[in-house]
Design a protein around this ligand. Structure first.
Ligand code: DX5
Ligand code: ZN
Length: 219
């Protein structure tokens, strides 16, 4: 089985040393920079916005994996394309016309992602899965780093993998929230292709080594 992709979440970085932390990710075996944008409406927290994403892009060469936890994300699709996002993930629960939103993301040259809250059933994607590049399964309630992993995630990942195969889709599965070296292998075995990890990476003594461990836990 191929190695999993690792996307450290910069939400857990030291914002006073953002350039240093971006460069740490650049010089590690990580694959993407995961960037959490929150609006204080869709989720009860506000993270950071466009000027910070612009700064991240100045120092990053690896793809920017942008996770929008905002209502009505259609308003900002072009903005994030211009800011350098490679992947743009919107929440299923925040989109009234998801098909249209996904086409708009792709028209801007980005990979289109759909995130599901812990309570949202994967079968709701049955009629749209072939249009989705990435499904991001939230394994905590979105809004904050450092929460504990919800165990029902394994069942969801397996069911989603089966749906992707049944539909002959090329969609990849990303997991976000509470990821550690203790659940990385089980998530990969269940069908995950990308793991986001925030506090587990940035609060560790040696983040570069922690990224390597996460990647190797699934080899
Ligand atoms: C939560 C964010 C996550 C968060 C993960 O709403 O989407 O990306 O940064 O943080 P950890 O890995 O600490 O759970
Ligand atoms: Zn995220």
């Amino acid at each position: 089985m191929s190695k999993i992709k690792i996307a450290p979440s910069l939400l857990a970085a030291d914002f006073g040393n953002l350039q240093r932390d971006i460069e740490m990710v650049e010089n590690s075996t990580a694959d993407w920079h995961h960037i959490d944008v929150m609006d204080g409406v869709f989720v009860p927290n506000i993270s950071y916005g466009m000027p910070v994403v612009k700064t991240i892009n100045t120092h990053a060469k690896k793809p920017l994996d942008v996770h929008l936890m905002i209502v009505d994300p259609d308003r900002y699709i072009k903005t994030f394309a211009d800011l350098g996002a490679a992947n743009l993930t919107v929440h299923y629960e925040a989109c009234t016309h998801l098909h249209r939103t996904l086409q708009a993301i792709k028209a801007e040259g980005m990979k289109a992602g759909v995130a599901l809250n812990p309570h949202t059933n994967i079968n709701l994607l049955e009629d749209i899965i072939n249009d989705i590049d990435i499904v991001l399964i939230m394994s905590v309630n979105p809004g904050f780093g450092g929460q504990s992993f919800i165990e029902n995630t394994y069942t969801k990942v397996k069911a989603l993998k089966a749906l992707i195969q049944k539909k002959g889709a090329n969609t990849i599965i990303e997991i976000d929230g509470g990821v550690t070296a203790s659940n990385a292998k089980a998530l990969h075995d269940a069908g995950a292709d990308v793991l986001v990890a925030g506090s587990f990476v940035f609060n560790s003594e040696n983040p570069t080594q922690t990224i390597k461990e996460l990647k190797e836990a699934t080899a």
